[in-house]
Design a protein around this ligand. Structure first.
Ligand SMILES: C[S@@+](CC[C@H](N)C(=O)[O-])C[C@H]1O[C@@H](n2cnc3c(N)ncnc32)[C@H](O)[C@@H]1O
Length: 488
């Protein structure tokens, strides 16, 4: 095949892939009730509130605006207008202006108004229908409620609430889904320094952090691994659910962080916990055969932007690739550390405080493909949105709908993701395309089993590089093979 022909095929493939993404975006918009002829929209001629009709700036005007300081009111008004147009494009868009021009303007305005880098705005925006995306960015500007978890090793929620009310704390149970959580509305005393806090009667803990442990549902006398545990909010919750029976191994690769972990374990009166500091990727060689494993993975923190706004500007595409790579390595090790022989368990919970698909569904889907002996099961959580089963051209295992997503703008809690796996015996192995019966014993995880297959990620890394080049206006080389499709 000649070079020209190769190039032309590559360009065709790229165009087809981009058209596919556009179509998916339009379908999602339609599903979300967008781009419809909204009844009643006519009387909301946004942008004409001061008599001047709204006009999308030209490329030159945008360049000019970038040189100076943007008027926040102009930006606000333009965001509102772009959202409205994108929701009802056929009717409200200026002639000769494309959907992507409105999207581009909106993304630039969100980035400048809320202070994000362009890369992250784009990444987060894609997760939602247009109007909802604004709600998400807006929610990241507001603090979440202060919540505490009663330490049932030492007290009962009713008793704790009474003592704190007597100290001038205004509080209420968080919701029906937890019988240990309290929401603090106001307090005349510092809630992190009361005698009850120091005595370990409660943990200051975000409501969303309860969810992975509720999903893990540890049973009395079990042996549990908390693979990335510092500073121990979830470890001490697990220990309390075990009522100080069984054993929890609280691991964290960061030795410095194990100090606060150990301090919390002591304060909360947990007697069934051992602290250790290994890279999670060394498991199960260090220890294995756990009844349950929690992998609350290191992540980008895009679910907790209201707590740490540095995320808005300090994360690049490369960071997400590295994190996703680490998460994939860790999840395989977590699976291999879970005992399929466990009488009461054999479960793994994977969670992150991030909302990106690369760190959540893509990691879980990868684990399902690499470990045929695991399956997703219901998290047992009463609320939360279903995980994505397809996303921007990627198709995930349909069982991904069993995973749960939590959002600040929907659930008024930090953004979180929870997936629960059941680990089964590897009773059958694939040999030359045939299924061969294996003795009824668990195969030990071999070096190869635990190793990460970086070939798997190559298309994404390439795709990422291409996008970065494109964004910088550089010439993009043709794709080697179609990236971003099933089997990624
Ligand atoms: C989300 S935080 C864990 C929060 C904790 N589960 C809690 O509830 O308090 C992720 C933790 O992963 C640890 N970590 C990062 N890389 C790791 C690795 N390779 N193995 C084990 N832990 C790791 C970090 O030090 C960090 O403490």
């Amino acid at each position: 095949m000649g070079n020209m022909e190769k190039l032309s095929r590559a360009l065709d493939a790229e165009a087809a892939h981009e058209a596919e993404l556009d179509l998916e975006e339009m379908q999602n918009a339609a599903l979300a009730g967008e781009d419809h002829d909204d009844v009643g929209m006519e009387d909301e001629v946004e942008g004409e509130e001061d008599g001047e009709p709204f006009r999308l700036p030209t490329a030159e005007e945008r360049e000019e605006e970038k040189k100076g300081v943007s008027d926040v009111h102009v930006v606000q008004r333009r965001m509102r207008h772009c959202v409205r147009v994108l929701r009802n494009f056929k009717k409200l868009a200026e002639k000769d202006r494309s959907r992507s021009e409105y999207v581009e303007q909106l993304l630039a305005d969100i980035a400048s108004y809320y202070g994000y880098n362009d890369f992250l705005v784009n990444k987060l925006f894609q997760l939602f229908p247009v109007a909802e995306a604004i709600e998400f960015f807006e929610a990241n500007e507001v603090s979440r409620p202060v919540t505490i978890r009663t330490n049932t090793v030492k007290t009962r929620r009713r008793d704790l609430a009474q003592v704190l009310i007597n100290r001038g704390v205004n509080l209420e149970p968080i919701g029906k889904w937890t019988n240990v959580g309290l929401q603090v509305f106001e307090s005349s005393v510092p809630i992190g320094a009361t005698p009850e806090y120091l005595a370990g009667h409660y943990m200051l803990q975000a409501a969303s952090s309860f969810l992975p442990v509720i999903a893990l549902a540890p049973q009395l006398n079990e042996r549990v691994l908390d693979m990335a545990s510092a500073p121990g909010g979830k470890t001490t919750h697990i220990a309390a659910l075990l009522r100080n029976t069984g054993h929890v191994f609280a691991n964290d690769a960061n030795k410095a962080r194990t100090k606060s972990l150990a301090a919390n374990i002591h304060r909360m009166g947990c007697k069934n916990v051992t602290v250790c500091s290994y890279d999670g990727r060394e498991f199960p060689k260090v220890m294995g055969g756990f009844d349950r494993v929690l992998l609350d993975a290191p992540c980008s923190g895009t679910g907790v932007i209201s707590k740490d706004s540095s995320v808005k500007i300090n994360k690049s595409e490369h960071d997400f690739q590295l994190l996703s790579h680490l998460q994939k390595q860790l999840i395989l090790c977590a699976i291999d550390s879970t005992s399929p022989e466990s009488k009461s368990g054999g479960y793994l919970v994977y969670s992150t405080c991030s909302v990106t698909v690369d760190e959540n569904e893509a990691v879980v889907d990868y684990a399902l493909r690499k470990r045929p002996n695991v399956k997703l099961v219901d998290t047992g959580l009463e609320f939360g949105r279903e995980g994505f089963t397809k996303y921007r051209g990627k198709i995930f295992n349909p069982s991904l709908r069993l995973t749960r997503r939590f959002y600040p703008h929907v659930h008024n809690m930090d953004g979180f993701f929870v997936a629960k796996f059941k680990v089964q015996k590897r009773s059958k192995v694939q040999t030359g395309g045939k299924i061969a019966a294996e003795p009824d014993v668990e195969l030990p995880a071999t070096e190869e089993d635990v190793a990460f297959d970086s070939e798997e990620d190559r298309p994404f890394i390439e795709e990422g590089k291409r996008r970065q080049m494109k964004a910088k206006g550089l010439r993009v080389p043709p794709r080697h093979k179609s990236a971003g499709t099933k089997g990624s």
